[in-house]
Ligand binder design. Structure first.
Ligand SMILES: Nc1ncnc2c1ncn2[C@@H]1O[C@H](COP(=O)(O)OP(=O)(O)OP(=O)(O)O)[C@@H](O)[C@H]1O
Length: 264
């Protein structure tokens, strides 16, 4: 499944949140959006999972404009893990994961044996199977995040939108999730604040700053020391990972400098 974010801008109450953003995700690619707080990453994702309509521009999925698609059709092919939560009621883990099948069901239709198996597999992949009968409100932040990822997986999407999915996850589960994405073959658009994880898992990185795209390409061309200084205000070293050669960012507590274009 291919995604084209085509020159979108978003303005709300006179505030320009995004300006002329264009990004492509080719079939099977993982594209990461990185950028400082407030740079527009979530706003861009919201336009793809239809929580926000672009003020201008359009989003295309496999050549079809998203706004022309019935909501149910796009919900069958696009799954999103959002910052807005989605597990506020005290359903059990099993029930929350099963909700991922909703776009594929009609009325009160029960889950088929295959769908129950799918839910079980997703819970096993996210290592929450032992929590299946627990209420989600009793879970830790990381456990709940893993349940929500399992729910997105059982949707069997062709495009996965993930807004900071590693939030709350310990190192084991961060790496486990990203390696699962790598082997899934899904097209993925993901935001990550950990630049080293982003460089490890993403085919392309899109860097946003103040609502604009300032770089888009493979991690080893995008993650430069001058970009980190200009966009993030961090004087870091960028070195190749000793095994994978993927660029990795090294910094210390004295690395912070003013971001270009901001006044103290
Ligand atoms: N409804 C709104 N009205 C006005 N401004 C908004 C609205 N929603 C978001 N913003 C602003 O738009 C900017 C972009 O927000 P967005 O959540 O897209 O940033 P982000 O890059 O995802 O940030 P973070 O890394 O902190 O999650 C922020 O300055 C935010 O305060």
């Amino acid at each position: 499944m291919s995604l084209l974010i085509d020159d979108i801008s978003v303005s709300i109450d006179g505030a320009r949140l995004l300006q002329g953003l264009s990004i492509t995700v080719e079939p099977g690619q993982i594209v990461g959006m990185i950028g400082p707080n407030g740079s527009g990453k979530t706003t861009a994702l919201r336009c793809v999972y239809r929580a926000q309509r672009p003020t201008t521009g359009a989003v295309w999925i496999d050549g079809a404009e998203l706004t022309d698609m019935p909501l149910r059709d796009s919900a069958r092919i696009v799954a999103a893990l959002t910052q807005e939560g989605g597990a506020d009621l005290d359903f059990t883990v099993r029930e929350v994961v099963a909700l991922g099948r909703t776009p594929h069901l009609s009325g009160n239709q029960a889950l088929s044996a295959r769908e129950l198996e799918l839910c079980r597999d997703a819970m096993a992949q996210m290592e929450v199977l032992h929590l299946a009968d627990r209420g989600v409100l009793s879970l830790s932040g990381g456990e709940r995040q893993r349940v929500l990822i399992a729910r997105a997986l059982v949707q069997e999407p062709r495009l996965l939108i993930l807004d900071e999915p590693t939030n709350h996850l310990d190192l084991h589960h961060q790496i486990r999730l990203l390696s699962l994405l790598r082997s899934s073959g899904l097209s993925v658009l993901i935001t990550l604040h950990d630049l080293n994880l982003a460089a490890s898992v993403c085919d392309r990185l899109a860097v946003l700053s103040k609502g604009c795209l300032v770089a888009f390409g493979p991690p080893d061309t995008v993650l430069t020391e001058s970009l980190l200084s200009d966009v993030f205000g961090v004087e870091a070293r960028v070195v190749p990972h000793p095994l994978t050669k993927v660029p990795q960012v090294l910094y210390d507590l004295g690395s912070v400098t003013p971001v270009k274009g901001t006044t103290p």
